[in-house]
Design a protein around this ligand. Structure first.
Ligand code: SAM
Length: 255
């Protein structure tokens, strides 16, 4: 997959793509991430990319010509051209999956008061927001998208885990994790995780994922992809049951 990030501040973006999972995925050719300076498409000696708004008001607006030239240069038959913008479609794991299955993404970072409306209306395929808050530029937003999409490329996580277990992959939050020491400041690790019984551990993880989702993001359960047993747990939580009720039951049926 190829991802082009277009920004007025490439120096903010490139270093963040150099290390860890994204850096390794790039090195291994799993994702072709390229960072471009929008100024390269701006005309004239001063390569101006912004101007004052018609109708007055403070701030500067990004001019349409450099963005149009850049989109024309980067767009191919299978490209998705995305403008990062607080007014856009909300970015979620589902959108990340959708993007990850595409061959080419162009991420345009806005700055100042944003871009000339005609760019949004006529030149991009969609606008995307990473949440209901305003950043000073689209760079951090583009990095969020690039990282979420890279994690989903086959092989990108190596030994670091599987995206299918991550929060939101099945519409659920992920179960809790523990590592050594077994007792930390008097707080222990759940017995089941030290039992060596893989079937029981697997069931505990699913149960705790459903419980955590029930406690924190109940609305996700309405569309989550639940097995009949998981649905039974949700019905039980609704009636006041807790994971302990099912853990005891699991052990009993298992033993
Ligand atoms: N005046 C704009 C408004 O009120 O909607 C905000 C412009 S913001 C200061 C500058 C740029 O940051 C935007 O053009 C966009 O590219 C980026 N940006 C800011 N917040 C964002 C968000 N929540 N999601 C995606 N991009 C964002």
């Amino acid at each position: 997959m190829r991802v082009d990030i277009v920004t007025l501040f490439p120096g903010m973006v490139e270093p963040a793509l150099a290390d860890s999972i994204v850096g390794r995925a790039r090195e291994r050719g799993l994702v072709d991430l390229r960072v471009h300076n929008l100024r390269d498409w701006a005309a004239g000696k001063h390569r101006v990319t912004d101007d004052t708004p018609f109708g007055g008001g403070g701030g500067m607006i990004m001019k349409p010509e450099p963005l149009a030239a850049c989109i024309e240069a980067l767009r191919g038959p299978e490209s998705r051209v995305v403008l990062l913008d607080p007014a856009g479609r909300r970015f979620t794991q589902e959108v990340a999956r959708e993007y990850a299955s595409r061959p080419h993404l162009v991420l345009l970072c806005g700055r100042y008061e944003g871009v000339d409306e005609r760019v949004r209306e006529h030149l991009v395929d969609e606008e995307l927001s990473i949440g209901d808050y305003v950043l000073s530029g689209g760079e951090a937003a583009a990095l969020v998208v690039a990282e979420a999409v890279t994690r989903l490329q086959p092989g990108a996580l190596g030994d670091a885990g599987a995206p299918t277990r991550d929060s939101f992959s099945r519409g659920l939050l992920e179960h809790p994790h523990y590592t050594r020491p077994e007792v930390f400041q008097g707080w222990g690790v759940p017995d089941v995780l030290r039992s060596g019984d893989h079937a029981l551990i697997e069931r505990w993880k699913r149960l705790m994922a459903v419980w955590r989702t029930w406690q924190r993001r109940r609305e996700l359960l309405e569309t989550a992809d639940l097995s009949p047993e998981e649905q039974k747990w949700v019905d039980g939580f609704r009636q006041g049951r807790t994971p302990d009720d099912y853990l005891a039951q699991g052990r009993a049926t298992h033993e």
